[in-house]
Design a protein around this ligand. Structure first.
Ligand code: ASP
Length: 418
């Protein structure tokens, strides 16, 4: 990945993106409408590239993540605890996202598309959690993949990965290697596309400023504040409370032991790239056994993403607000559940969260050119948010490893700052 502390500042992606934003704003303000058409297609092209990778990236990311645990039925209890922890924390995270978006209401009254508001179409949200559950189970997996029915695909990949992990080593290993290799290909492809992020951001910001002027920046700043506060609540309150209540672990000690991977996650925006350091530190400094760390962390890096869950939920509701939709409680509840699933589907690479937000949007029936324009402007300011949510993603993994190690009777966990 792009994390290379030796690289000069202008080679780092976040600086490039920042410069692209400033340049885009200047060009858009200077040349107005005509330039919007000239460069707009570059932004659209970039968004299409991102959408192109959704299906294969999600598919390989989940299968290789879930299947990596291996070891068959003897690890069933550990698997159950781990999944329980992942779902619980991701649910809390998505719920905090929901609360913050209703509190701050960043999208209300925003005009991000430059278009006059037209009649709003009906949203095709599932009517109830039961309906959502029925929709999640595919009738036909191939059709689900072909029509990018992501929820059904995510469900299938989780059960497929779990079934794969129960095979005897001889049959399991070649398959796991196969899916791992495919996943590596998709990660490389994603990183390759992300290299063009500054160009995409330049085009998207130019078009945004050229069509709506600087009006769009206020709702975008409010949106960033919403994500930032949601992720912070999860980081500073929810996870520490879980550490204390479930693991009797001092959050201060755990945080101090984890500072190195936290910083690396922050600067790489990739849980995957941080994983080797997370594993080393969780074993050597936090004091979790290799058995538990090697079981929980690789799967957690791709499956358990709390910061991303906050983002998926709050981001999708922001778009709905900005387009003038007033979602019912039931529809918002559905967004929470789908955001949780989307965070499971997101791969551990930069900007993956933004790629899978389409899953949440499509699940509530939000699609079309206006939606693309808004996601495009969110993409333009996504980098700092991605850095922060990635750090929280890996922090949740390490908290999970510590809590589960404690519950398995390990006594050396976070006894001191090492
Ligand atoms: N970059 C995040 C990660 O690797 C995923 C995301 O974009 O939310 O954990």
């Amino acid at each position: 990945m792009e994390h290379n502390p030796e690289a000069p500042w202008y080679r780092r992606l976040h600086w490039q993106v920042l410069i692209a934003m400033v340049l885009g704003a200047l060009v858009g303000a200077q040349f107005g409408e005509p330039v919007a058409d000239r460069v707009g297609w570059i932004g659209d092209l970039f968004m299409k590239l991102l959408r192109m990778i959704i299906v294969p990236l999600v598919l390989t990311s989940i299968i290789s993540g879930v299947a990596s645990v291996g070891g068959g039925r003897s690890l069933g209890r550990l698997f159950g605890k781990t999944m329980g922890y992942y779902v619980l924390t991701s649910f809390f995270a998505a719920f905090v996202g929901l609360l913050m978006v209703n509190l701050i209401r960043p999208g209300v009254g925003a005009n991000l598309t430059g278009a006059d508001r037209q009649e709003l179409p009906e949203l095709s949200t599932p009517d109830s959690p039961v309906q959502l559950l029925l929709d999640i189970v595919p009738q036909n997996v191939v059709q689900a993949a072909a029509s990018a029915d992501m929820l059904a695909l995510i469900f299938f990949c989780i059960v497929f990965g779990a079934a794969l992990s129960t095979l005897p080593d001889k049959t399991r290993e070649p398959l796991v290697q196969f899916f791992d290799a495919l996943f590596q290909v998709m990660m490389n492809l994603t990183s390759g596309i992300i290299k063009f992020l500054p160009i995409g951001v330049f085009a998207l910001i130019t078009r945004m400023v050229a069509t709506t002027g600087f009006d769009a920046f206020r709702p975008l700043a409010m949106y960033a504040l919403t994500i930032f506060s949601g992720v912070t609540i999860h980081f500073l309150f929810t996870l520490p409370i879980l550490l204390i209540v479930l693991g009797r672990i001092s959050p201060r000690i755990h945080f101090a032991n984890m500072r190195e991977p936290l910083l690396i996650a922050f600067s790489t925006s990739s849980s995957g790239a941080t994983l080797p350091v997370t594993m080393k530190v969780v074993e050597e400094k936090v004091g979790v056994s290799n058995k538990i760390a090697a079981f929980i962390l690789p799967m957690g890096a791709t499956v358990n993403m709390d910061g991303t869950a906050v983002f998926e939920c709050a981001g999708a509701l922001f778009i709905a607000q900005a387009l003038g939709f007033d979602l019912t409680i039931m529809q918002q509840g559905i967004v929470v559940l789908v955001a949780l699933l989307a965070s499971i589907g997101a791969a551990a690479v930069p900007s993956a969260g933004l790629v899978v937000i389409f899953i949440v949007l499509e699940a509530i029936g939000l699609e079309g050119p206006d939606v693309n324009v808004i996601v495009g402007s969110m993409l333009a300011i996504d980098r700092p948010l991605d850095m922060y949510r990635t750090a929280v993603n890996i922090f949740s993994d390490s908290c999970g490893a510590a809590i589960i190690a404690r519950s398995e009777g390990e006594t050396g966990v976070d006894t001191e700052i090492r």
